[in-house]
Design a protein around this ligand. Structure first.
Ligand SMILES: C[S@@+](CC[C@H](N)C(=O)[O-])C[C@H]1O[C@@H](n2cnc3c(N)ncnc32)[C@H](O)[C@@H]1O
Ligand SMILES: O=C(O)C(=O)C[C@]1(C(=O)O)C=C[C@@H](O)C=C1
Length: 247
């Protein structure tokens, strides 16, 4: 994996452009996401552990919004279920190209890994195969809010009995005091990871038009409206959480 550190917002920008998963971001993405998302390494590794409990024989495991394939690699480290394959999907050409390189690296280091297919495409236009595990790891927050329910409905329809959706997101909080406190603590987390106040402020304005977090209550209600029967939060660190949704 690239060891390049994230300096994208380090210099003052006359105008901060909307955040995009372009070549510049791809180059520093492993560093960016680890220093920006509290609990990210724990979430990714345990997503593999959880997936191994839900994987059904001869089914697909989806990694939607796969970026560089960190979740796909964790699925392949942990899932041993007969006849499963991983399908990783991302609509950023730069991400997909680098993801394929990293997965080739994983292929050459380990034997008996699940087969994997990496698709460059829009998850909103995907025709789902019967799936036992679907991971949306910090992807739904980048989907237009009005598209989210229909996407979750299609995922629910594709899920096999015994399977699960694992959904990780940045959260907002309806209580202003709770929202303010956890936002401040997230800023402290970023500062402790070496980001300057300028970097934090410019990143905030870059993502505010493209990334729209929901509250835990909104997630739960929407998942139930999409046809899921049970929503179980399994991880939260500051304003980032991960949920298991059962069909
Ligand atoms: C925060 S990153 C996901 C991180 C990744 N899942 C991980 O755990 O390392 C969000 C990803 O979703 C992708 N994405 C956003 N909208 C998409 C869409 N409509 N279809 C496919 N991918 C999308 C972006 O290109 C980006 O790579
Ligand atoms: O909320 C922030 O400040 C973030 O940087 C979060 C976040 C994310 O949750 O995906 C946003 C964009 C990058 O992909 C990495 C992290």
């Amino acid at each position: 994996m690239s060891k390049e550190s994230d300096r994208i917002f380090a210099q003052p920008l006359a105008q901060v452009p909307d955040f995009a998963f372009n070549e510049d971001v791809v180059r520093v993405f492993p560093d960016m996401i680890k220093r920006s998302v509290p609990g990210y390494p724990t979430i990714v590794e345990n997503l593999g552990v959880l997936a191994a409990q839900f994987a059904q024989p001869n089914s697909v495991l989806y990694d939607l919004g796969s970026s560089l394939g960190a979740v796909t690699q964790a699925l392949r480290r942990h899932v041993r279920t007969e006849g499963c394959k991983v399908i990783a999907v991302d609509n950023s050409a730069a991400m997909v190209e680098r993801c394929r390189e990293y997965l080739n690296g994983q292929n050459s280091m380990f034997q008996e890994l699940l087969p994997v297919e990496v698709i460059e495409g829009d998850i909103l236009a995907l025709e789902f195969e019967p799936a036992s595990v679907v991971a949306l790891n910090f992807t739904l927050q980048f989907i237009a809010p009005e598209e989210r329910l229909a996407l979750l409905g299609r995922i629910r329809q594709a899920l096999l009995p015994g399977g699960a959706l694992i959904l990780s997101e940045k959260l907002r909080f309806s209580d202003p005091e709770e929202h303010g406190l956890l936002t401040d603590l997230h800023v402290a987390f970023k500062r402790a990871n070496g980001y300057s106040d300028l970097e934090i402020a410019q990143k905030r304005s870059a993502i505010e038009n493209v990334m729209k977090p929901d509250s835990l209550e909104e997630h739960r209600e929407r998942l139930l409206a999409a046809g899921f029967s049970k929503v179980v939060p399994w991880f939260q660190c500051l304003n980032f959480a991960s949920l298991i949704a059962l069909p």
